[in-house]
Design a protein around this ligand. Structure first.
Ligand code: PXG
Length: 454
């Protein structure tokens, strides 16, 4: 056996014996052994057998500036030597957390000037949940406590975040959702639009929010939460009419708008935030992932002046926080990451150059007999596999084709994510035009192999 094979079987044996994995089929994992990723550079990852894969998912939708950036490693190294840890509790702080807060106020919309730091997107959403309820307490409307979210939404795995999410299999585990959360249908036109035009359907979906608010009474509704584009929920791109109507409904009924930017933030759509793309004015904006390009764990909630000013005016002592909220090294890495995004015009390049090119090449995939629809914005793209595209006939059971395609991709040098039967990509934003061509060639090959396998 080669050295690589010995290493792989060694790691797989320990993994099988001692490691519980998130969202993985334990039985299949035990039989097949996990794939061990050992190194990465640019947009590529290598496994322990030496196979190179093009990482169409930028890890888990997060390595926005690509792998192997020494500047981020240096920033962490310097910070760990200077001050490896200090916290932000009890009126203390440290320079990198302070400077990152200032920087975030610059890159986000003018009305977002405060951040509460967390270590992940899930913690950001649990934090947001408590901030919202506390806000309405302080505003003298404690009955405004219900959150409205959407089916298929993913907002994280902690208790409030999983409850806000609209994933039925998650709710079935652990008696979720917690009380005070409602879910409405998402604007998933390709599946649910029927005979309506996308525009009519977008408006109709948004109006469901208004119906839900009216049914509950606006004096009970605290907030609506949504991702600009529902990513892990199936790359659900809302029709143009959807978000303006949601924004109107939230304003008219005095319901806070929470825009979860954990995936759409930091350049993914060719704008700094998905809210910029859709012209939204969030009252709270959870962020994570691309904030540090995944090099170290960090997240946060951007808080609008409306909310922050009330907390400050009331002298609020918000009883919430994590040991590692605003960890110095994570903050230093996030500062370096944002610096690179600015210096190298990464967002503008996705907007004006590589994004439109990816869009053009990705949409060519709609010619493939398996592909019912291609959709997406910027560097967030999906294609939906269907049994019969003329009849818009879906696979049964749902997800059966997606799993096969995903495994074929992995075996043929490409990481693509399967969400039911939608294949998603969210590549590093640094991907060049030549690499877009390489990606499309890999996807074509994997779609052909999937068609044969089905
Ligand atoms: N909000 C959104 C919109 C997310 O996509 C979270 C919050 C939670 O972030 P943390 O950092 O706690 O994981 C996410 C995370 C997938 C997949 O199924 C998606 C995520 C995480 C892991 C897997 O592709 N998104």
């Amino acid at each position: 056996m080669s050295d690589a094979a010995i290493n792989t079987s060694h790691w797989q044996a320990i993994d099988r014996a001692h490691h519980l994995h998130p969202f993985s089929d334990t039985k299949a994992l035990a039989q097949e052994g996990c794939r061990v990723i050992t190194r990465a550079d640019d947009i590529y990852i290598w496994d322990s057998d030496g196979n190179r894969l093009l990482d169409g998912m930028a890890g888990l939708w997060c390595v926005n500036i690509g792998y192997g950036r020494k500047e981020l490693a240096d920033a962490a190294h310097r910070q760990l030597l200077e001050l490896p840890y200090y916290n932000n509790f009890f009126k203390t702080s440290a320079p990198s957390a302070i400077e990152l807060a200032g920087l975030l106020a610059q890159v986000t919309a003018p009305h977002l000037n405060h951040v509460f730091f967390t270590n992940s997107g899930s913690e950001a959403n649990d934090t947001m949940f408590r901030l919202v309820r506390r806000y309405w307490d302080l505003a003298g409307k404690p009955d405004k406590e219900v959150f409205i979210s959407r089916e298929h939404a993913y907002h994280g795995s902690t208790i409030a975040a999983a409850s806000l999410g609209g994933m039925k299999p998650m709710h079935e585990q652990g008696h979720l959702p917690i009380p005070g959360i409602r879910h409405i249908a998402p604007p998933y036109w390709y599946r649910d639009g029927g005979d309506m035009s996308p525009e009519e359907f977008g408006t109709a979906c948004a109006r469901r929010l208004e119906e839900e608010i009216n049914a509950l009474g606006a004096d009970r509704v605290a907030a609506f939460i949504g991702e600009p584009i529902q990513s892990a929920g199936g790359l659900i791109v809302p029709p143009e009419t959807y978000w303006p109507e949601i924004q109107r409904i939230c304003s008219e009924h005095d319901v806070l708008l929470v825009v979860d930017e954990v995936i759409c933030g930091f350049g993914r759509l060719g704008t700094w935030f998905g809210s910029d793309y859709y012209n939204l004015q969030p009252d709270l904006m959870p962020i994570a992932k691309g904030l540090s390009s995944g090099y170290l764990p960090i997240g946060g909630v951007m808080v609008a002046d409306r909310v922050a000013d009330l907390f400050i005016a009331e002298g609020e002592q918000f009883a919430h926080g994590f040991t590692y909220s605003g960890h110095p090294a994570a903050c230093a890495v996030a500062i370096a990451n944002i610096g690179i995004m600015r210096d190298e015009n990464i967002v503008e390049n996705v907007r004006d150059n590589t994004g439109p090119y990816l869009e053009q090449r990705w949409n060519e995939l709609a010619q493939h007999p398996l592909v019912g629809e291609t959709r997406g914005v910027g560097f967030l793209r999906g294609l939906e596999l269907v049994k019969n595209k003329r009849e818009r006939e879906f696979f049964d059971p749902v997800g059966s084709a997606g799993q096969i395609c995903r495994d074929i991709c992995f075996d043929n040098g490409l990481v693509m994510r399967a969400i039911r039967d939608t294949m998603a990509i969210s590549p590093p934003l640094t991907m060049t035009r030549e690499q877009v061509d390489e990606l499309i060639e890999l996807v074509c090959n994997c779609l052909d192999l999937t068609a044969k396998a089905l």
